[in-house]
Design a protein around this ligand. Structure first.
Ligand SMILES: Nc1ncnc2c1ncn2[C@@H]1O[C@H](COP(=O)(O)OP(=O)(O)O)[C@@H](O)[C@H]1O
Ligand SMILES: [Mg+2]
Length: 229
């Protein structure tokens, strides 16, 4: 009897281990496939017919890259369920600095994020939101200068909630401060609407301020993920 119980426990452990191997493999493959798509878009953008095409492909590459980094974070987590937000945002900003908008500019990005292990459901909109806001900084804030700074900060407090801010010290020239809320002037792309959409997904709100640069701040409920090991 005890022998059968022990054997059953061993089988269950082996099945669990096998499931973990498969899930890890799945995230790995998804990440690799997303990287293949990025490489294909890269090839395509080398023969882009005009700057509009180039811009659209650059945006698609960055968004796919953000998703690929979330899958990488997931397979690096021992439980395969949580994303280390600090590490993710650090890596994401490093990639954005090497992207079509970052390369060749003397812009520094500083990430200051609470040590939070969030679920993938929360990490995806956070990664995509930061991608849009940092890209906007790189693309629009420093057009009259060749150097600048962007800061990405995430505070996650069980009492006051979470706040994600992306600030630059460039010129907020494309923003319209005449409206009740600061919003981009007409004529831009879909990036800012996506930021508002991802904020809604996090059950939060966006506030943009202009003072020595543009600051996008998103407040949303506390991310009650696993504590960092
Ligand atoms: N950080 C920023 N600094 C200066 N202007 C900005 C910034 N972020 C957004 N903008 C302005 O808002 C406009 C809309 O941004 P967005 O919706 O992301 O579209 P896109 O980046 O494709 O133009 C931009 O074209 C730009 O004029
Ligand atoms: Mg944009």
């Amino acid at each position: 009897m005890a022998l059968t119980a022990r054997a059953r426990q061993r089988d269950l452990r082996a099945a669990l281990e096998q499931k973990n191997v498969l899930v890890r493999e799945l995230h790995h493959r998804v990440k690799n496939n997303l990287q293949i798509i990025q490489s294909l878009l890269n090839l395509q953008s080398r023969s882009a017919a005009d700057s509009n095409q180039f811009t659209a492909l650059a945006a698609a590459k960055s968004r796919i890259n953000a998703l690929s980094l979330v899958h990488q974070s997931l397979y690096e987590d021992e439980t395969l369920q949580y994303v280390n937000l600090h590490a993710l945002l650090d890596e994401l900003c490093r990639h954005l600095l090497q992207s079509d908008w970052g390369a060749g500019k003397r812009v520094g990005i500083t990430v200051d994020a609470s040590e939070t292990m969030s679920s993938a459901d929360q990490a995806v909109p956070i990664a995509l939101l930061v991608t849009e806001a940092v890209t906007n900084g790189l693309k629009h804030a420093f057009i009259d200068r060749d150097a600048g700074a962007i800061t990405v900060s995430l505070v996650n407090d069980p009492v006051t909630g979470a706040e994600l801010t992306i600030c630059d010290n460039g010129i907020g020239i494309g923003m319209d401060i005449g409206r009740p809320k600061v919003k981009p002037a007409a004529g831009g792309g879909i990036g800012y609407s996506l930021i508002e959409g991802f904020a809604r997904q996090l059950r939060g709100t966006v506030e943009t301020t202009i003072s020595g640069g543009t600051c996008v701040s998103v407040k949303f409920p506390y991310l009650a993920g696993r504590k960092t090991p």
